[in-house]
Design a protein around this ligand. Structure first.
Ligand SMILES: [Zn+2]
Length: 96
């Protein structure tokens, strides 16, 4: 998990910025929580429990949106037959 420092924009993998020493622990916690919701959503999707998977992906998206969440959410919506929503959610561009 890489966190961009909001102070100096350096990429970090630790809870303290390697360049300016800013405390990134709150951001790290949010990223960990987001990762948890994505993992739980994948588990529900594997069991074809689409509404539960969708709920966890939407929660992850509130923490930080991204190509990964939008791609998974689009697939989950497709499996529920919600084609227009899936198309609207489909991420554009390349994953970062
Ligand atoms: Zn920094």
């Amino acid at each position: 998990m890489t966190i961009a420092c909001p102070c100096c924009k350096a990429s970090n993998t630790a809870a303290t910025c390697r360049r300016c020493k800013a405390d990134l622990s709150l951001l790290a916690g949010i990223e960990a929580n987001r990762g948890f919701h994505i993992a739980v959503a994948k588990r529900f999707a594997a069991d074809e429990r689409w509404p539960e998977a969708e709920r966890h992906l939407r929660r992850a998206g509130t923490l930080r949106t991204g190509f990964d969440v939008n791609g998974l959410l689009s697939a989950v919506l497709l499996h529920q037959g919600r084609y227009a929503e899936a198309l609207a959610t489909l991420p554009e561009g390349e994953p970062s």
